[in-house]
Design a protein around this ligand. Structure first.
Ligand SMILES: Nc1ncnc2c1ncn2[C@@H]1O[C@H](COP(=O)(O)OP(=O)(O)OP(=O)(O)O)[C@@H](O)[C@H]1O
Length: 264
């Protein structure tokens, strides 16, 4: 790829006691790409995400974001960069005692120092951006479907106009139709806002419909990061089981049908 990476992870180590999760892990994230991060359970996908966004200080290595090594910055300096990140965690994590508009207004009041009225107006715009109807603004998370909560949590991740969006299993728990609609939303937002997206997922349909490249975590590092077609051909047991097992074959067939290609 011609562009310079917006994030470069080099020789990243992560250990919890004697448990080594990452060892000399390298990864690049390029501008405006949607990178899918996959791997078996416990391979450290979430830990990698948390290391990049500053929630899990790495045991070793370097993480360069927009040309600046975050591992060498003070906490205050790092938080300036971290404001350029939007993060959607597993489960959405909205405040249950606040309605959607108040949930999304919160980071705008705290970090962008807007008045409550301004923040709530902007919050309503962010909710519309993620496809929620205007009446959702005054609803509480408990009153909404799982798909609507995910959209609201995405609206909150987008509140401060981030350049890089981190999504941790965004379609987990959604029904297939809701998941497909959410995948489409991510691509639409990337195209409209020029976002770069780091997307941890187990969902093969998401990989086929949204991702430009796929990174596979295995054996404490990124085993391969490339287009889906190339990754699926990699000679590795987990990759072969994942992409060419029954679910993988179903996802390829569905994708080929959608793109009107002959099944491969
Ligand atoms: N704060 C922590 N303290 C100790 N161990 C941790 C901590 N965070 C993560 N781990 C361990 O690190 C390993 C990787 O965890 P992580 O959640 O990143 O896996 P994952 O690839 O996202 O898994 P899954 O697909 O199941 O969500 C796991 O064995 C987990 O128990």
């Amino acid at each position: 790829m011609a562009d310079h990476p917006v994030i470069q992870v080099r020789a990243l180590d992560n250990r919890f006691g004697s448990h080594i999760v990452h060892e000399k892990l390298d990864l690049d994230l390029y501008p405006r790409e949607i990178l899918g991060v996959v791997g078996g359970s416990g391979t450290g996908k979430s830990v990698l995400l948390r290391s990049i966004v500053g929630l899990n200080p790495p045991s070793g290595g370097h993480i360069t974001v927009f040309g600046e090594d975050l591992t060498e910055l003070s906490a205050t300096e790092r938080s300036r960069y971290e404001q350029r990140f939007g993060v959607l965690f597993q489960g959405g994590a909205l405040f249950t005692s606040l309605n959607l508009e108040q949930n999304i207004a919160l980071p705008l009041i705290e970090h962008a120092r807007l008045s409550r009225a301004e923040a709530e107006e902007l919050a309503r715009m962010k909710l519309a951006l993620t496809g929620l109807p205007p009446e959702a603004a005054t609803k509480y998370p408990a009153e909404l479907s799982g798909g609507m909560v995910k959209r609201a949590a995405l609206a909150r991740a987008l509140a401060l106009d981030p350049e890089i969006l981190f999504l941790d299993e965004p379609t987990a728990g959604l029904d297939p139709i809701g998941a497909a609609a959410f995948d489409e939303l991510i691509v639409t937002l990337r195209n409209a806002l020029g976002l770069t997206v780091f997307l941890v997922t187990h969902d093969l349909d998401t990989l086929y419909t949204t991702c430009d490249r796929v990174a596979v975590l295995s054996q404490r590092r990124v085993l391969v990061a490339d287009t889906l077609e190339k990754v699926a051909q990699t000679d590795d047991r987990w990759i072969q089981d994942y992409f060419h097992g029954p679910r993988g074959r179903a996802a390829i067939t569905a994708h080929n049908r959608l793109t009107k290609q002959e099944p491969g």
